[in-house]
Design a protein around this ligand. Sequence first.
Ligand code: URA
Length: 195
Amino acid sequence: MFDELENIRLKCLGCQKCQLCKSRNNIVFSDGVPNSNIVLIGEAPGFYEDQEGKPFVGRSGQLLDKIFESVGLSRQNDIYICNTIKCRPPENRNPLPEEKDACREYLDAQLNILKPKIILLCGAVAVQSLLPDLKLGITKIRGQWFDGPFGAKMMPIFHPSYLLRNPSKEVGKPKWLMWQDMKEIKKLYDEIKNK
Ligand code: URA
């Protein structure tokens, strides 16, 4: 598994399939535990991720780590993290369809190797990539389980950048909803682990 993932990473290093290769400082391949049951798919690398070559290391990533911590999960022990695309779009704009299409083979290859039991679709861009026929907004579908590749269960969750803009923890607000989703995810993760 490790060698196979490394081969894809090496392919990404030399990738010139879309225009983002011209402006990237680093490809952002993954972080976390490769043989985990949970894969989180975010949107795209931002400024800090492009600098460090690691996903979710900026403010959103710090909040994401805290959210995982609140239910006893961590990227060091439990989760593999990647994005819909491997290179940073200029000015942090959303990835263009042709950029997502060009990069899709790498994401699919990662999922094919990892075959995770749980896939977290973090934010609207990841939802559009993995559930393209679903036309509902993330507030309508977050917290629900959908069937994913290789028998995985997939859950759309809010992106941490949205939670940074909506920091209230009041019952019913986005941060509170995220916590409910995390508890649901942890429940399934524990069930799978104890099987
Ligand atoms: N936001 C994302 O969706 N992914 C990252 O890696 C960083 C910020």
